[in-house]
Design a protein. Sequence first.
Length: 196
Amino acid sequence: MWQPYIDVIKAKAPQAVLVFDKFHIVQHLTRAVDQVRPDEIREKGTDHKALMARTRYIWLKNPWNLTSHQQTRLSELEQLNLKINRAYLLKEAFRGFWDYSRHPWAKRYLDKWFWWATHSRLQPMRDFAWMLRRHQDDLMNYFRLPIHNGTVEGLNNKAKIISHKAYGFRTAKNYIRNLYHCMSDLPLPKTVHTFA
């Protein structure tokens, strides 16, 4: 969603349909939620810092991934009318946007969510909402072409892990061979040294 990247795509491939990846949208959203917590701690002081200790991942995790201790802690914190709780509720409400399969319904939901976020009095959430509004046309292309680059991101991470395991290869040919073997689960040849 970096503007120079968008400009180059539109200049060099004007016929291409730009679709923003769901993963990166959610990444921006969780960054906004994560910013609300320290902002609230700074605003309310040291007593509040003790209350919010070790709660960061409670607000960022999906509800079904919370441990029983985290669920209990979340229930306690939700009673306190915290700003971070409002940000958390907005994050969870945004999840409903991806449930739509038709463009007009998704657009209607996004407009409603935009109003909630911009009236939440939470600056990071407002900034995120306005970022979505600026890129709304390309965001809505997801409902015309529901594609994502999760597979490519996963392969990139595997390639990084393979490279780090070996602490560097003497030649590019060895690195490429190791990628083929590790990423396709081929058996490694019987050699003196193994890097994977």
